[in-house]
Design a binder for this molecule. Sequence first.
Ligand code: ZN
Length: 467
Amino acid sequence: MTLGAERKLGERIARELYRDPDYLDDAVLAEYVQGLWQPLLAAARQRGELTSELEERFAWEILLGRDRTINAFALPGGYLGVHLGLIGAVTRRDELAAVLAHELSHVTQRHISRLIAQQDRQAPWLLGAMILGALAASKNPQAAQAVVVGGQAVAAQSQLNFSRDMEREADRIGFGVLTQAGFAAEGFVGMFEKLQQASRLNDNGAFPYLRSHPLTTERIADMQARQPLGAPRAAPPPDLEQAMVAARARVLARPGVDVLRGWVAEAETPGFAGLAVPRRAAVLYAAALASLQLNDLPRAAAFAARLVPLAAAQPQGARQARLLGAEVALQAGDLGRAAQLLGASGDASPARPELFLWAQLRTRGGQAAEAAARLQPWVLSHPRDASAWQLLAAAHAAQGQGLRAIRAEGEARLAQLDYAAAVDRFRAAQALYRQGPGQPGDHIEASIVDTRLRLAESALREQALER
Ligand SMILES: [Zn+2]
């Protein structure tokens, strides 16, 4: 299978995942995962695992899923999926990095194309349906593992599993990438032990990562042997950011109302004060975000306020506490408090979580022009950032700039490979322009819309031909 064909297959799958209600682009979680992913990519590049051709042709994109299962998976074409259950279960950065390094190595070693080559008689659309079916089945272990596609029952799981040799190779290469990227080697062993423990406690198939990645004692022993000889298994320094991000993942994975209430109660128990600082930070973070999900805004604000001084000792932790406080304040309509917590985020080049909160703050506070002015350069440098386009659409709409708002919506759909919806939006933009009179500068915007419509139409035609 050529790189181009594999990328096309990956896009076919990613297009469906973007539309899945469980797909989530959370700026905080996405940034955290990227903070691990980018150093791993750089290390793989340095080691020659990631060739420039592969880097150019594949997407190298991570899609987050609101799913409580501990799972991560590599898809064709350089797309990867990470479940919030995994982010919420790890206790140190190196462990999450270890899983990503392992998945990255499945991609760089072209394991997926080898699996696909074994299915050589299958049409790409059937392969795409099989992989989507396997993902759906892994989310719901009770459901039948055989997926019916195109009238054929396909035991998707068994046909798409990596072989033991591939797993060993992904471990070996992933380990090299992980350590070269500066992460602790303990990450691999820690993750293996965690997964093994989880499988022992929950032997009901609730951990699909284990099913797609057979965990053998041999693999664990192999990883332990890679540790420097006699190296003590050092406990990592307390990492407030990691503790808070994991808490965020657990809440956003939609654990159910009772669990959310339990997390709120945990922050109010007498034993809370005796917990270690990272644990307290995680409990307060979960309690604040859970209160927000339960729509108890005053309580969310109170927990978030308690978190700020607690996290002040570590800059990254302090930042997460401020971001959460601003998120809560924004939702509560307390724009002043949100602005105070975001501080200078409106300056120069804010990071994505700050930019997104700040843009919403300005749009809601009647200063949508400022929000648009800050989002414009961002989408220029990140044209595939659908969430940024969506915020820009809201900022334009708030200023009564209908044409620009609809075009930004079209760009958001295009970024998520939904060509039919993009065509629909760009045509709506054309129709609006013809009604005139619009805003100053609309003629320039309209000619951009014409170009973008042609591109989306051509992508849609190409997609139809692939069937
Ligand atoms: Zn694997």
